[in-house]
Each structure stands twice: as structure tokens, then as C-alpha cells.
Design a protein around this ligand. Structure first.
Ligand SMILES: Cc1cc2nc3c(=O)[nH]c(=O)nc-3n(C[C@H](O)[C@H](O)[C@H](O)COP(=O)(O)O)c2cc1C
Length: 178
């Protein structure tokens, strides 16, 4: 069975829930998927990796950036995908399509591409349910409650399905057969 590591960095928990949904869907599709906080994750023993981070002020969280750098060589030997979670509120979809501040940070994409990244995606996110400080509190206050959680669970599952299909089709090893 293909062993997939789904690993994430989160500040307020919503990216962890996206990662969990991806791992659940991969299991549904017959993969052996583990969902692990990136702070304690290791690539060893896995056939493929999905790495995700929340985006704050245009940047991935530190632990996710560190994981990508530390494990770049190991990642270059296996298929891997990345996702970011970010946009919320009524402009979530528009932001995703048109506003580069809401894309994966360029440096992360370039680094991942250098290791043979298979695919990447930006998911809409959820504003903190426990905001800290002035910036977070004002963002939450200025967004209507029903738009604070913009996560698209169907879209998340579809992306996980695509990953499972690609792993089945091409095999777990980069460019090789299963
Ligand atoms: C202070 C603050 C800054 C943010 N900056 C960005 C950003 O630059 N780009 C983006 O896409 N989302 C941004 N967001 C939205 C978060 O990425 C979103 O709420 C995410 O789902 C949070 O994930 P977490 O719950 O895993 O921490 C920001 C949110 C806050 C509260």
C-alpha cells in the first residue's frame, strides 16, 4: 500500500483540519495516509508527501518552510504536492483568481519546483475563531460571521482524489512504476 505523509503547519487549527480531510480522502481511495504536524514530521518511510501551510502576511509559517528546506533532497526522490490555506471572506474566490498576495509564496513554490513538485493549490481558509491581538481581531470583526470560514470541503476532497489517481497511475516513486 502506498504510504502518504500529509503534513501541515497551522496557527489556529483550520489548516490542520484541511490536512485531516485530505488524509481521510486518501484513505478512502486506498492509500495508507498519516496526518502529522510538520513540527514533528519526517519523510522517512513514506512514498509520497502532501505539505501544507496557512499563509500569514504573504508567508508560509516557519515550521513548514523549515520542513521544505530540510527535507528537500528526500522530497526530490518521491512525488510531493503542496497546498496553502488563506483567503477568507466574500472576496475569497476573487482573491484566489486575481490577487497574487493570496497565492503560495513565490519562494516556496520555486524551492518546491526545484525538487520536482507534482502540483500545488491554494485553498480558501478560515479566520481565527480565537483571534489574538489587534490585527487578527479587526480582520475577524470586519468579516461577516458566515464568511469567516470559506473552506471548500468538496474542492479539498477533489484535490486529494486527483493525488490518489496520480499515485495509482504513475506509481509512488518519482517517474517510476509502483
Ligand atoms: C493576521 C492575518 C494575516 C493573514 N494574511 C494572509 C495572507 O497574507 N494571505 C492569505 O492567503 N491569507 C492570509 N490570512 C488568512 C489565513 O491564512 C487564514 O485565516 C488561514 O485559514 C488560517 O489558517 P490556520 O487556522 O491554520 O492558522 C491571514 C489571516 C490573519 C488573521
Amino acid at each position: 500500500m502506498t504510504r502518504v505523509l500529509v503534513t501541515y503547519s497551522t496557527k489556529h487549527g483550520s489548516t490542520a483540519e484541511i490536512a485531516q480531510a485530505i488524509a481521510d480522502e486518501l484513505r478512502e481511495k486506498g492509500m495508507d495516509a498519516d496526518c502529522v504536524d510538520v513540527a514533528v514530521a519526517s519523510v522517512a518511510g513514506f512514498d509520497a508527501v502532501v505539505l501544507g501551510s496557512a499563509v500569514y502576511m504573504g508567508r508560509w509559517l516557519h515550521d513548514a518552510r523549515r520542513f521544505l528546506k530540510r527535507h528537500l533532497e528526500a522530497l526530490s526522490a518521491i512525488p510531493f504536492w503542496i497546498f496553502s490555506s488563506g483567503p477568507t471572506g466574500e472576496k475569497a474566490e476573487e482573491d484566489l483568481a486575481h490577487d497574487t498576495r493570496w497565492l503560495e509564496p513565490r519562494k516556496v513554490l520555486d524551492l518546491a519546483a526545484s525538487a520536482g513538485l507534482r502540483g500545488h493549490i491554494v485553498f480558501a481558509g478560515r479566520l481565527p475563531v480565537d483571534p489574538h491581538g489587534f490585527v487578527e481581531t479587526s480582520m475577524v470583526r470586519s468579516t461577516p460571521p458566515d464568511l469567516q470560514d470559506a473552506r471548500d470541503w468538496e474542492g479539498i476532497r477533489r484535490w486529494a482524489d486527483d493525488i490518489a489517481s496520480e499515485l495509482e497511475r504513475t506509481g509512488a516513486r518519482r517517474g517510476g512504476a509502483a
